[in-house]
Structures are given as C-alpha cells and as structure tokens.
Design a protein around this ligand. Structure first.
Ligand code: SF4
Length: 467
C-alpha cells in the first residue's frame, strides 16, 4: 500500500520577542500585517544590526521596509549574511548607483496603454492591481511604484484596465501582479477575477504573489475557496532560498494545490543569497517536494538598489549546467534575462548543440558525451498539422518566428533602410533578394546602393522593428 502524502507538520521557531504570542494570534494574517517590522528599533529587538544595516535603515528616501514577524523569524540573528536577512533588511550599499542603473529597467510604463496594464507581448498582459506587498524585497524591479502609499491603483484604474482588456481580443492570458494581489481585500480581488472571467477571450488568469512566502497565514480556506471559482487559475510564488521553505509555506502551497491551482516559482539570482549551483539545486528539490514547479530563475534587473545583488550571466549559466542532466527536468527552472528597455524575457542556457551539417546535428550532453542526431532527408511538415486559429486581431507573427514563417524577410533597426538608400519595405509577405520583390533593380543600381555613407557614432540607429 502506498503511503499518502503527509504535510509537513510543526512550526517555524519564533524569536524570544514573540514566544508569548498565542498561536491563534500568530496565525492571524491581520496580526502579522499590523505587527510588521520597519524601523531600526523594531529590528534591533530580534537581530544585532550591523553598521551598514543601520545606514540602510536610517537612509531617507529608501525603498520601503516592512517585514512580517513570520518572515523575520526565519532570519538568523547572529549571521549578518543570512540569505533571508539580505533580501529584506536594507544595507548602505543599496544606495549606491551603478552603471546602466534604471528606475524602470523593463520599460513597463512605456508599454502601458492604461495605467498599470503592461502590454508587452502579443497575447498576454501584466495587470498591476496594487502597489502593496506583505514585505518588501530590496531588489524589487518595481520599486519605482511598489510600497508607495501615494501610488495606489484604485477602482478607476481597475475599470480602465478591464475596459482595455474587453476591447483587446488578442489577449488570452492575464497575469495579476503589483505589488502583491493577495494583499488586496478579498472582495476587491474577487470582483476583479469575476470581471476578468466575464471576458470571453481571456482564457488563463495567473497570479504572481509572494504572500505564501512572506505571510502563509493569508492562504486561508476562505481565500482558496474564492480563488478556485475562477479556474483555470495559475499561481507563481517567489522563493529564493531553501531557508524560506518552511512547514507553513508547505501547508499554504498544499491548500492551493489541493484546490487545483498549479503553482510555479520564480527566483531571482542574487549574489550572496542563492548564487551557487548547490543552493539552487537544493531549492528546486525542496520546491518540487511541496508541489511547486521551479519556473524561472531571473537574472537580477538593472534596477535602482539592486547593484550589489547582481551576478554575471556566467554565474547563472554555471548553475544551469549543474542542473540539466543532474536532476529531473521538473526541478529545472528556465534561466532568463528580462531585457533592459522592455525587450522581454530571453532564455539563456548552456550550448548543447555543438555543430551541424545538412542532415546531421552534433550534440553534447551534461557529461560531455558527444553524439550525432541524423535528420531525415525527406522531411516536409504536413499541411494537416496546422491549427487554424480563431479570428483574433494581432495574430501575425513577429520576430524571428515571423521570418521563419515567411511573413517578413528582414528585421531592421529604425532608419536602416533610409540609411542604405533602399526603397521602403512593404509588408505583403512577398520578398526578393533586395527589394521585397516589388520591383526589379538593375545590377548597376544595386552597386550604387552599396556606395553608402558610414554613420557617425551619434547616428547609430535605434533598435528595432520588423518589416
Ligand atoms: S513581493 Fe514582488 S512586488 Fe513585492 S517587493 Fe518583493 S519583488 Fe517587489
């Protein structure tokens, strides 16, 4: 007979400051929120603060500090480099500027047709519904608005976001984020979910939340019963280090998973916190044990305050090299760089395809074993495998996928065509070697066109558009 899955029992030990708090109070998420630590005096009651932490805590205009007692109880009071502590207790170094630092490194505001609705990819949107979180991460990508009590999203903003979605049929997937949507009053969250579900073309709703990690007490039966009405509903949580995987988090995730909500995890690669292959591997194994799929490992963004958390891309690649083949695929996240300037996420992985000839592809595996895959010589994709999409606006492919599908021949930086004295491209899907097939150009004229001026440094074209 198989052994049923047993939920982790027990509790995270509390610092002396809170040992007298009755369990009922400790388990009340409202008590946790109203007893958050946010000053040097508060924190000094549970940890010995360093000079640098005092500098960070006492700095004017710093990113908001708030730490739930539960999450604070995971901090090692005797270790200034405790990976939990580094994530939530400010240090002086977060005030230092660094090269390429930006306020809005993902250009979210520039991609927002209405406040708080980031429409960066063709078929999905990011919907920022609040600026508030249960605790605040020192490396937050959205620190420009998150935590600011004056930058709240209100009913009027939500109405504009919903109206935009109603009128935009190409959107099939909405990710609620913020801030943290699970800090919203339950009625407001339920109302938003209901209004989204009423839009026929919205297929998937996702919630991005660190509440299960900072405040697992909030994942009550009542909340989960409300959420399960809005399936298909997915959730991504945010755990960075194995220390954050506690019996409380395991029980919160079990509640969500038992309600049919698939859970993924997004970690940020943070120097001093989790930038070692063994730490990430341990984290991923622990996540899978609590029914959470490691989903993304993010390269730290170029955002204010995060300079000291940044690693090289090589550090991320080394971690990925230590995962693929060394553990099950379910335990391997996709390592991504969210491109500065709003280019979106690109996956980065070690190179397993090492060479190629017509008909043969040479691979290496995680052990260094090298072998050849022989390709079929007569492959043609059968027409019947094409799925006919429903008529939605914005179905045209862009990027390299558009080139492969024959929808365009080139991707050109802005101004490239004028600079090279070429006629404007036409997006008619017909193209020839130099002119989109719209005219025939004599050889002399082509040679003339090669006689172009070299742009000075100040004339560099800006990136990029698909013709
Ligand atoms: S939980 Fe997310 S939105 Fe909130 S501070 Fe952390 S990273 Fe930023």
């Amino acid at each position: 007979m198989s052994t049923p899955y047993r939920l982790p029992q027990g509790r995270t030990p509390r610092p002396a400051l809170w040992t007298d708090i009755p369990d009922e109070q400790w388990d009340d998420w409202r008590w946790q929120l109203s007893h958050r630590l946010n000053t040097a005096e508060d924190l000094a009651k549970i940890i010995q603060l360093t000079e640098e932490e005092l500098e960070g805590l006492n700095a004017p205009n710093k990113f908001r500090v708030d730490i739930t007692p539960y999450f604070a109880s995971l901090i090692d009071p005797d270790d200034p480099d405790c990976p939990v502590r580094l994530q939530v207790v400010p240090r002086g170094r977060e005030l230092k500027a660094f090269e390429s630092m930006m306020e809005d490194s993902l250009a979210e505001d520039a991609h927002s047709p209405v406040p708080g609705l980031v429409h960066r990819y063709p078929d999905r949107v990011l919907m920022l519904v609040t600026t508030q979180c249960a605790s605040y991460c020192r490396y937050c990508t959205r620190s420009r608005i998150v935590g600011d009590p004056h930058a709240m999203f209100n009913r009027r903003h939500h109405d504009m976001q919903i109206e935009y979605l109603r009128r935009t049929p190409e959107v099939r997937d909405v990710l609620l984020s913020g801030g943290d949507p699970l800090t919203l009053p339950q009625k407001i969250l339920e109302d938003l979910l209901r209004r989204l579900r009423d839009i026929p073309h919205i297929e998937i709703i996702r919630i991005g939340s660190r509440v299960p990690v900072f405040l697992p007490q909030r994942i009550t039966d009542e909340l989960v019963e409300m959420l399960r009405q809005f399936h298909p509903l997915w959730m991504n949580i945010h755990v960075n280090h194995p220390k954050e995987i506690t019996p409380e988090l395991a029980r919160a995730c079990a509640r969500l998973a038992d309600a049919g909500i698939p859970i993924g995890n997004q970690s940020v690669l943070l120097a001093g916190v989790n930038d070692h292959p063994d730490t990430i591997k341990r984290l991923c194994h622990e996540l899978v044990r609590i029914r959470v799929k490691p989903y993304y490992l993010y390269q730290c963004d170029l955002v204010e305050g995060s300079g000291h958390f940044r690693t090289t891309i090589a550090a991320g690649l080394e971690i990925m090299e230590a995962l693929r083949g060394h553990t099950s695929g379910y335990a391997i996240p996709t390592y991504v760089v969210d491109l500065p300037g709003g280019g979106g996420k690109v996956p980065v992985l070690p190179n397993y395809l090492i060479s190629q000839s017509p008909g043969r592809v040479v691979f290496r595996n995680f052990e260094g074993y090298i072998t050849t895959y022989t390709e079929p010589t007569d492959y043609r994709r059968p027409q019947r495998t094409k799925w006919t999409p429903e008529p939605r606006a914005g179905r045209r492919l862009t990027g390299v996928a558009g080139l492969l599908a024959g929808e365009a021949m080139t991707i050109e930086p802005d101004g490239w065509r004028a600079h090279h004295h070429l006629p404007p491209a036409e997006s008619n899907g017909q193209f020839g070697p130099h002119n989109n097939g719209t005219e025939s150009i004599p050889l002399d004229a082509l040679l003339d066109r090669r006689d172009v001026q070299i742009a000075g440094a100040g004339d560099e074209p800006s990136w990029a558009k698909v013709n």
